[in-house]
Design a protein around this ligand. Structure first.
Ligand code: BYC
Length: 328
């Protein structure tokens, strides 16, 4: 699974090495202009965006699975309605992002085929299971919390359609994070058994959430070029640090303990020192060997195959309509 679609070399072109079009493009980026689909762009910029936006869209779609799994088992009608709305939002996010990717000349069918064949990735986090209701709280609090930390700067990304999709998505993500924190609050203030469940969920989700920001900067192959093009605004480690700094006080407020013996406030840097996730585990999950990779892809293949009749019906209807118009 997971062949690499684009490889950045890490060697950024100097001004002298750029063609006149590339230099003009870089000037526009440096001036903070948005790039729109019909503008000239380097092929690497286009491919990097298709890779990142496509992966992002797939993550939203696959991300529905671990939570959708709990809709029928939510503890109250209110919790069920809220979770249902959240999972529907994720589908919407996937659709905005597929549309943004389509403006770069790739079809949604092609992107889906690349996901199902393993040529494209989705976020590592969704290869972990949600074992009980506390996990739904932890996913909302930590996974959506990490997603927001990554996505807020992406509202300023240089590609117009991606940037505009992110503005809408971020508004909804903050509701998602709050619903997760609210579940955690109820659990943490509940019975001893509920508090233990909340702590256990935090213990299991913490490191996979830290992995969502990608490998450490020294192993990040795309960051240099993506940041020069302002596709990415921050490095992976910068965002991971901000996430830890924001989340530790939230855990303290819940009366829960972050599962890291090395976690310590560092006055000098104005942030927490913390343990890195197990990067071997991360790369194994990304290679397709996480606890739920096979289940997740099989579920998407089944949905794609089961939905074939709907796509065929829509195409037949569209053809009928256009031949009627042509005959008029
Ligand atoms: N999982 O050079 P790097 C959500 C790959 S939230 C899997 O640093 P880049 C949601 C990376 O693709 C999640 N693979 O890459 C939340 C590259 O491999 P390839 C989605 C990962 O792109 C709640 C290689 O490792 N958010 O959807 O500069 C509910 C080297 O990495 C991961 C986004 O996608 C990972 N965690 O930086 C429902 C945000 N991390 O492609 C849904 C947009 C790295 O060369 N994406 N890899 O084969 C980004 O900001 C960036 O793509 C990343 C990675 C920071 C994730």
């Amino acid at each position: 699974m997971y062949a690499q679609m684009v490889k950045s070399t890490g060697n950024l072109k100097t001004r002298d090495e750029m063609s006149p079009e590339e230099a003009h493009f870089q000037d526009r980026i440096d001036a903070g202009e948005k790039i729109e689909p019909k503008d000239w762009m380097p092929e690497g910029y286009r491919k990097t965006l298709i890779r990142q936006i496509g992966q992002h869209a797939h993550s939203e779609i696959v991300g529905q699975l671990p939570e959708g799994n709990w809709i029928t088992r939510a503890p109250t009608l209110e919790r069920k309605a809220i979770l249902l709305a959240k999972v529907q939002d994720e589908a919407g996010h996937g659709l905005y992002l597929y549309c943004a990717a389509e403006t770069l000349g790739v079809s949604r069918d092609e992107l889906t085929e690349d996901l199902l064949s393993g040529r494209m990735k989705y976020s590592s986090i969704f290869n972990y299971p949600t074992l009980n209701w506390a996990d739904i709280g932890a996913v909302g609090w930590l996974v959506d919390g990490a997603a927001i930390m990554n996505q807020v700067p992406l509202q300023r990304t240089s590609f117009g359609p991606y940037s505009r999709a992110m503005i809408r998505i971020c508004k909804e993500e903050s509701f998602h994070q709050r619903q997760g924190y609210d579940i955690m609050m109820k659990m943490a203030q509940g019975s001893e058994a509920q508090k233990r469940m909340a702590q256990d969920a935090l213990n299991r989700v913490w490191y996979p959430a830290l992995m969502m920001f990608g490998p450490s900067d020294k192993d990040s192959v795309h960051s240099g070029q993506s940041m020069a093009w302002k596709i990415k605004i921050n490095t992976n480690d910068e965002l991971r640090q901000k996430f830890v700094d924001q989340t530790v006080p939230q855990a303290e407020f819940l009366g829960l303990t972050v599962p890291d013996e090395n976690l310590k406030w560092n006055e000098e840097k104005g942030g927490y020192d913390f343990s890195e996730p197990d990067w071997n585990e991360f790369f194994e999950v990304v290679r397709g060997n996480g606890p739920c990779n096979t289940d997740r892809i099989n579920a998407r293949i089944k949905a794609w195959e089961d939905g074939a009749w709907v796509r065929d019906g829509l195409m037949a209807h569209a053809q009928k309509k256009s031949s009627q118009v042509a005959a008029e």
